[in-house]
Design a protein around this ligand. Structure first.
Ligand code: KG4
Ligand code: ZN
Length: 338
């Protein structure tokens, strides 16, 4: 058998990314972040599609060069079909279709959320792959789900957010504190210097395995407003403790549901994915859960947590092996489950 070379393209939100894989190994993984949105406090869809148009050719060129691969060696092109912003998805899918057509090689459509989960199957030294079945906690700026993963393409959502995603909870809390967008990584940074028990925020009461984060955001807003009346310097004097307390509450909410999911399914193998799994507190808590609860936890390499094309490539490789190809009529989908 000769090696399979996949070029993968990810353009679902505000990052333009391309990767080249040789079988399940990543040869290159290039991301162009769009900093333009920071000044607006969130992703502006029209600006995102424009930036994808500017970035896509250089990013793909860079991925091929870094992998030291000629485009004629490619076995297939994989792209993100959805979910995501329609204008952003269209840039990646149109490019992928044209390139597959020009090279006369198969086209593979990939579900972004499946890719966050299957990123664990990238061959990486020092990381073991999960075995089926396992529970995946996908936490990003757009999603918060607990997924029962029975096989590569057999997944069931057993819990999800009823309102904000956990990344939004981080970003909106950060905004209340006057931190720039996206605030998640900054909350994480300050939290590492603060006392997680300094302030208490009530956790939402949501039945079963579902989540809710909008109440927490409101609780934080009222708390800050009240404290600022008493002391206008409250935020700057307590930033580390506030961030640590917010992060602690969010982690407790996630852990309560994970524990319930383990109790309900009997599955003790846990994998996390999505941008928020870069959070140092979440990574530490999950690592500790191995000893504390006897779980087997899988925490991806940093560069495979936030949006990237390597995760699209590994799904592309799995689909290549079963010849799950698309015709060029395939359409992008802003909303898809699995
Ligand atoms: O998966 P991702 O890159 O894009 C989406 O598909 O949404 O996730 C982005 C989200 C943002 O909300 C960002 O603030 C959050 O992940 N994030 C973090 C951290 N790094 C990224 N949240 C908390 N702590 C972090 N270290
Ligand atoms: Zn994502």
């Amino acid at each position: 058998h000769s090696a399979v070379f996949i070029l993968a393209i990810e353009s679902s939100c505000d990052d333009t990314a391309a990767a080249v894989l040789k079988n399940d190994k990543v040869l290159s993984n290039v991301v162009a972040n769009q900093l333009i949105h920071n000044q607006y406090g969130g992703v502006v869809p029209e600006l995102a599609s424009r930036a994808h148009q500017q970035n896509i050719v250089p990013v793909i060129d860079a991925a091929l060069k870094k992998a030291n691969i000629n485009k004629d060696q490619l076995s297939a092109i994989a792209f993100t079909q959805g979910p995501g912003l329609m204008g952003s998805l269209l840039v990646g899918s149109s490019f992928a279709k044209s390139m597959a057509l020009a090279l006369n090689i198969p086209l593979i459509a990939v579900n972004h959320m499946q890719a966050h989960i299957l990123a664990h199957f990238i061959e990486e030294e020092g990381f073991d792959k999960p075995s089926f079945p396992f529970l995946a906690l996908t936490i990003s700026g757009g999603h918060t789900q607990i997924v029962k993963v029975n096989d590569f393409f057999d997944m069931e959502i057993i819990g999800e957010t009823t309102d904000d995603a956990v990344g939004e909870a981080f970003d909106k809390s950060a905004k209340i504190l006057g931190l720039p967008y996206p605030g998640g990584p900054l909350v994480d940074k300050y939290a590492q210097l603060g006392n997680p028990k300094a302030f208490a925020f009530t956790k939402p009461k949501v039945p079963g395995l579902d989540f809710s984060f909008s109440g927490l955001k409101t609780a934080i807003l009222y708390f800050i407003q009240k404290k600022m009346i008493e002391n206008p310097n409250f935020i700057e004097e307590n930033l580390n403790d506030i961030c640590a307390s917010i992060q602690h509450t969010i982690i407790e909410i996630l852990m309560d549901k994970l524990k319930l999911a383990v109790a309900t399914t009997g599955i003790k193998q846990i994998a996390i994915g999505g941008g928020v799994s870069a959070n140092s507190g979440i990574r530490k808590t999950l690592k500790e859960a191995e000893q504390k609860y006897g779980w087997n936890t899988h925490i991806p390499k940093f560069e495979y947590t936030t949006d990237n094309a390597a995760m699209i490539g590994i799904v592309g490789y799995q689909k290549f092996l079963i010849a799950n190809f698309e015709t060029s009529n395939v359409v992008s989908k802003a909303r898809i489950q699995f």
